[in-house]
Design a protein around this ligand. Structure first.
Ligand SMILES: C[S@@+](CC[C@H](N)C(=O)[O-])C[C@H]1O[C@@H](n2cnc3c(N)ncnc32)[C@H](O)[C@@H]1O
Length: 243
């Protein structure tokens, strides 16, 4: 699809196509049936999402071709990121990374799926952003403790609960001592059963970042009246003494 055409996932015809694509993806998602143990980190499924999309973002469930509105809103309300080294986790089609770069950050953005990083790079060739393929659980050694500002939207919630502690540790390791991590995720009450994907986070999941040397600096609990689902938008600061 040419990107010059208006892309509106809420348009009824587009919504119908997205729902059809989603149905096909759900049918091959081991997490939606028994068999999740065959692909615990869901690599095969994420690979399949981008392969089956055949270059059409309507087939990527999160491919909205705009930065997440809660990220845009946060960036508008906070000081610019000029000169900061920023990392976008699970960058998908790249729009959130571009929003960070628009605030003056030097952005590296990565995705587990090479095809996603290539797609993002192709959309934004002159952005100055480094788009690359990498695994949150096994990042390049030179990234450890290297970023002033780490951002993640919807990647934690895309991972099963069994990986959450490991994923939070992996995120924290990328932040410089004294640096920040911004997380945007669907939210749930503690007692709500977590039948995913996605697996919305509970407040205790956010507070659990303290075990990784990260302290909550701000926590927005955004009700479903503002966005289609309830969300957390949380900024965590890495303790200066943390490794
Ligand atoms: C739900 S999508 C969100 C994409 C993007 N952040 C957005 O908001 O549009 C989750 C993304 O994380 C990527 N991902 C999943 N596991 C990952 C990992 N271990 N390391 C890096 N990226 C990962 C997926 O390929 C996918 O693009």
């Amino acid at each position: 699809m040419a990107e010059t055409l208006k892309f509106d996932p809420l348009d009824p015809l587009m919504a119908e196509r997205r729902a059809a694509a989603r149905k096909k993806l759900d049918a091959i998602d081991p997490a939606k049936q028994s068999g999740a143990e065959s692909d615990p980190r869901r690599r095969d499924w994420f690979e399949a999402v981008y392969a089956l999309a055949e270059g059409d973002p309507i087939n990527v469930p999160w491919g909205n071709m705009v930065a997440h509105p809660l990220l845009v809103d946060w960036l508008a309300r906070n000081p610019r990121l000029d000169g900061l080294r920023a990392l976008d986790i699970g960058c998908g089609l790249g729009d959130n990374a571009v929003a960070l770069a628009g605030q003056g950050a030097q952005v590296t953005a990565f995705d587990l799926v090479p095809r996603a990083a290539e797609w993002a790079q192709g959309r934004f060739p002159d952005s100055g952003i480094v788009f690359c393929a990498a695994d949150l659980f096994d990042p390049p050694a030179e990234w450890l403790g290297a970023f002033d500002f780490v951002h993640e939207t919807y990647t934690l919630q895309a991972l099963p609960a069994s990986l959450l502690t490991q994923a939070k540790e992996a995120l924290a390791r990328l932040v410089k001592p004294g640096g920040r991590l911004l997380v945007i995720s669907r939210a749930r009450d503690e007692e709500q059963a977590g039948e995913g994907p996605p697996w919305p986070l509970a407040r205790s999941d956010i507070e659990g970042f303290s075990a990784c040397g990260m302290a909550v600096e701000s926590l927005d609990d955004i009700p479903a009246t503002v966005t289609p689902n309830r969300h957390w938008r949380v900024v965590l600061r890495k303790k200066a003494s943390a490794p």
